[in-house]
Write a protein that binds this ligand. Structure first.
Ligand code: SF4
Length: 247
């Protein structure tokens, strides 16, 4: 793993998903097999495989303090092309410091992570207004997780984290994206401990070799994703959970 401390030029960037996005790191230690963010390597010049490098934007909080005064208030996504709670965050606390600034200035925030390290910042979530905290959980089966995202935290730890956030009254969502085999069982396992779900199919080809190796091509097809969407939407309807399908 190649880790470099860098000084970035900006931190609060415009986004097509929310108003802004903050990425305190370039690269992601989780290195998920299907991750679209690997395409960024074209712009950053990294030659290492995706998941084997991280640039740490050590001036992120300093930049945010300046940029937040110059930009119109809007919803901030943390993060788009890295996990804001990847293991290095325990040491650098850049996500934490950026969130403190956003909270002080009362900006709305949407957090998205695969890591239970997010629970460390519960004190901020409890105080903040209009914040949402999401766990990305792609399958209910940890054996499937180990195949597609072996360096990301176990499914059980993510489910526990989302339940704890929900129990503490934080607005929570689960991002089933991309829907992996076994993802269709998540609604039942969540047992209502979530405010809403976002569902998306596999949209990229980076993990095609895995589907082929295990004979799972059918579970990466239009027919499969349509059937699973219908099933998940129906289960959400029965439990009164808002389900936002992106396909
Ligand atoms: S955690 Fe997110 S950003 Fe990191 S490798 Fe996985 S999908 Fe990509």
């Amino acid at each position: 793993m190649k880790i470099a401390e860098i000084r970035s030029k900006t931190i609060l960037s415009s986004s097509q998903v929310y108003d802004y996005v903050i990425n305190p790191y370039v690269g992601c230690q989780h290195g998920c097999s299907y991750c679209y963010a690997r395409s960024m390597k074209r712009f950053t010049g990294h030659r290492e495989p995706w998941g084997d490098f991280v640039d740490v934007k050590i001036n992120a909080p300093e930049l945010l303090r300046k940029e937040i005064t110059r930009k119109k208030k809007g919803e901030v996504w943390v993060s788009g092309v890295c996990d804001p709670y990847q293991p290095l965050e325990a040491r650098y606390r850049l996500t934490r410091q950026c969130l403190e600034i956003l909270a002080e200035n009362r900006w709305p925030v949407v957090i998205q992570t695969r890591s239970p390290l997010v629970l460390r910042d519960m004190d901020l979530f409890k105080k903040a207004e209009s914040w949402q905290v999401g766990l990305s959980i792609t399958t209910a089966d940890d054996r499937i997780r180990q195949i597609f995202e072996p360096k990301a935290p176990p499914i059980g730890a993510r489910l526990k984290a989302v339940a704890e956030l929900h129990d503490k009254g934080i607005a929570t969502y689960v991002m089933i994206a991309p829907l992996l085999p076994g993802g269709e069982n998540l609604v039942a396992i969540l047992a209502g401990k979530v405010d809403y779900l976002i569902l998306d199919r596999m949209n990229y080809h980076y993990a095609d070799a895995i589907y082929a190796r295990y004979g799972w091509r059918e579970m990466n097809s239009d027919g499969y994703f349509s059937a699973m969407r219908r099933r998940i939407e129906e289960e959400c309807r029965q439990r009164n959970i808002d389900c936002r399908a992106a396909y």
